[in-house]
Write a new protein. Structure first.
Length: 208
C-alpha cells in the first residue's frame, strides 16, 4: 500500500510537469525595436496624409509591409507598403489618418505596423501625439465650419502694395448653408503657403 502511494504521487507529479510544458505562451513575442512618431510635411498640408516616421533601432533590416494609425480620434485605413528599414535609419511611412472622430478624441495614437509578416502595435511618441492633436483640431474646426457655411476665394484679383510689401487682393465669399443668425467673421488665418489678411478691421456679417 505504501509503495502504491509513492508511485501514484510520482505519476501525478509527472503529469503536472507535462501539462505545464505544453501550456501555450502567454502572449506574442515583442516586435523589433522601432521608434515611431507622426509628422505632416508642408506638401501634405490641408490633406489627411501624414508620415509615420519610423526609426530602426536594431542591428538588422526590418521589412514593413503595411501601416495604419488608430486611437486619439483616428481609425485610419491600412496602407500597403514594401519598405525595408535599415539599421539606424528613419523612414517616413506615408499614410492617411482618415476621417477623424471629432467627438471622441480621447486616448493615445498607436501605429500598427506589419513587420516581417506580423502586425505589431507601436506607441507614437509625445511629439507625434501633439502633431495629431493639432491636425485634428484644424480638421474638426474645418468640418464644423463647412457644416455651417461655404467659404471660397473669388476674384477679381489685383496686385497691390501694403506697407511697401506686395500683396494680392481679392475677396473671401462666406455663404451660410441655411437661414439663421448672422455669421460673425472675427479673424482670418492662413498657412505656411499663404497668409490671409483682411483689408479692413471691421467685422463682416452674413445676414439672412
Amino acid at each position: 500500500m505504501r509503495g502504491g502511494g509513492v508511485v501514484s504521487a510520482v505519476v501525478a507529479t509527472l503529469l503536472l510537469a507535462a501539462c505545464s510544458e505544453a501550456a501555450p505562451p502567454s502572449g506574442d513575442p515583442p516586435g523589433p525595436e522601432l521608434a515611431v512618431t507622426v509628422l505632416q510635411q508642408r506638401v501634405d498640408e490641408a490633406t489627411r496624409t501624414v508620415g509615420v516616421e519610423t526609426t530602426n533601432r536594431t542591428d538588422a533590416p526590418v521589412h514593413v509591409s503595411a501601416v495604419r494609425l488608430s486611437g486619439g480620434g483616428l481609425d485610419g485605413p491600412t496602407t500597403p507598403l514594401d519598405t525595408d528599414l535599415q539599421p539606424g535609419l528613419t523612414v517616413a511611412l506615408r499614410t492617411s489618418y482618415g476621417r477623424p472622430a471629432c467627438d471622441d478624441r480621447d486616448g493615445s495614437v498607436v501605429a500598427h505596423l506589419e513587420v516581417d509578416g506580423r502586425t505589431v502595435d507601436y506607441p507614437v511618441d509625445a511629439a507625434g501625439q501633439a502633431q495629431v492633436r493639432r491636425l485634428l483640431a484644424t480638421d474638426c474646426a474645418a468640418s464644423t465650419l463647412a457644416a455651417t457655411a461655404g467659404v471660397r476665394l473669388v476674384g477679381p484679383y489685383r496686385r497691390v502694395r501694403v506697407d511697401g510689401e506686395p500683396r494680392l487682393r481679392g475677396r473671401l465669399l462666406v455663404a451660410r448653408r441655411a437661414p439663421g443668425a448672422a455669421l460673425d467673421v472675427r479673424s482670418l488665418g492662413g498657412s505656411v503657403l499663404a497668409r490671409t489678411r483682411p483689408s479692413t478691421t471691421r467685422r463682416a456679417a452674413c445676414p439672412g
